[in-house]
Design a protein around this ligand. Sequence first.
Ligand SMILES: Cc1cc2nc3c(=O)[nH]c(=O)nc-3n(C[C@H](O)[C@H](O)[C@H](O)COP(=O)(O)OP(=O)(O)OC[C@H]3O[C@@H](n4cnc5c(N)ncnc54)[C@H](O)[C@@H]3O)c2cc1C
Length: 462
Amino acid sequence: MKKIIEQLKQIVSSENVLSELEERYVYALDATNKQNIENLPDAVVFVETVEHVQQIMRLAYANNISVIARGAGTNLVGACIVKAGGIVLNFSKMNKILEINQENLTARVQSGVIVGDLQSEVEKSGLFYPPDPSNLKVSTIGGSVGLSSGGPRTFKYGSTKDYIIDLKVVLADGRIINTGSNTAKNSTGYHLSQLFIGSEGTLGIVVEALVKLIPKPEGSKVILAYFDKISDATHAVNVILENKLMPATLDIMDKKTLQTVEKFSPAGLLTDKDAALFLEVDGYLASLDYQQNKVVELCQRCGAVEVKFSKNEEDAQKIWTARRSAFGACAKLKPNVVAEDIVVPREKIAELVEGVRKICEKNNLLVCIMGHIGDGNIHPNIPLDLNDENDVKNYGQAKDEIHQLAIDLGGTLSGEHGIGCEKSKYMTNAIDDVTLEYMKKIKKVFDEKNILNPQKIFFSER
Ligand SMILES: Cc1cc2nc3c(=O)[nH]c(=O)nc-3n(C[C@H](O)[C@H](O)[C@H](O)COP(=O)(O)OP(=O)(O)OC[C@H]3O[C@@H](n4cnc5c(N)ncnc54)[C@H](O)[C@@H]3O)c2cc1C
């Protein structure tokens, strides 16, 4: 590797290559809860241009070296964990918004652009980039494309996959492709953008994205509705939709989550209710009161025992702060917390929540359930101590059962966090043999040498 590291330094200059042991440790893991480092990268390279990425890929391809693209490294599924050594490509210096085109309603960005920065920048022109992973202040466009990240707004506006018009991708051998075109519509051949979205850096390295923008809604209002039974909350969601309302957000927190938030970041939440719905309505200012009143009325009709709603921006922010602090609060219950991400058809959500509760109880684990009920996507957050053998054993069992439950209910393994190496063993349960065979063939077509983020998504590659 010494010779390769010298060549890397020639490509990007010495200050952009990290190869000391301590530095390599920093990039061996991601935000996934892990006790041990499995493998270290041989080098971490800060790329600044598309040509840098091309030259590095040519070098890696010629020498059979693994390459792991890395944004902010905040994924929760081991998608950036180093499995076979190699080069970590760090995109934090490719963080320019290249163009905001108000006529075409598009933005062209480099992969290292922070999602929240893009949002703030386009909002200055009254435009809107909706995908909103809750850690959008740090997560990158490259990483969100890698996982098709979503968030509370996915229900109305869709996730990353719905906002990508074109990707510039450096292939394993250093050549470049564009997966789409510059146009809003495109029915010209295979839709390669969708193939790369969610591919977790296993098919190519995304260097630029052309994203779709929409006009920013004029305003929004927030509603917080409490229910004594989680099934009443899910019923309320159905009734809201039957009444042709389309909230921007339809999120839920269960009792344990409400109690945990109140314990660690008091926000005035009620802690004796089984569940709370967090709803946001948005759109033209003239429509907001109508939408809010209607949602409040429907929640009450479906058994909401208490409904609060924002009268101004300050109220709204208070409610949102409570929702956003949920994961952090759960992390304080035990030394570690594992965030799961399962998804089912919306009609099965009450069964999923009940089932997850039972599985965790049976396996002596705490669980705080929250998530995007409108999308059928929940995050069971499991606080535990990874140094405690029993917790580790119980969690392993519960994790298998939770994922199987989602599949049995007609759902699947991930709504927005991806597969990485943490869920790859369940792929054969979730996806039929022929589909999986074709997914693996696609991987081979783009990466015959298996150098792009190996041992991710599929279980046994190397
Ligand atoms: C506190 C917390 C809250 C979160 N909330 C949410 C949420 O609400 N919704 C949600 O969807 N997720 C959430 N996540 C998961 C994750 O952080 C996000 O999905 C985020 O968008 C990932 O961005 P990143 O830059 O950190 O990507 P990384 O973790 O760096 O990378 C993710 C994947 O993309 C690949 N990749 C990165 N850059 C490129 C590139 N240039 N080319 C090709 N592949 C690339 C990587 O190899 C990896 O496979 C959360 C995580 C944390 C820690």
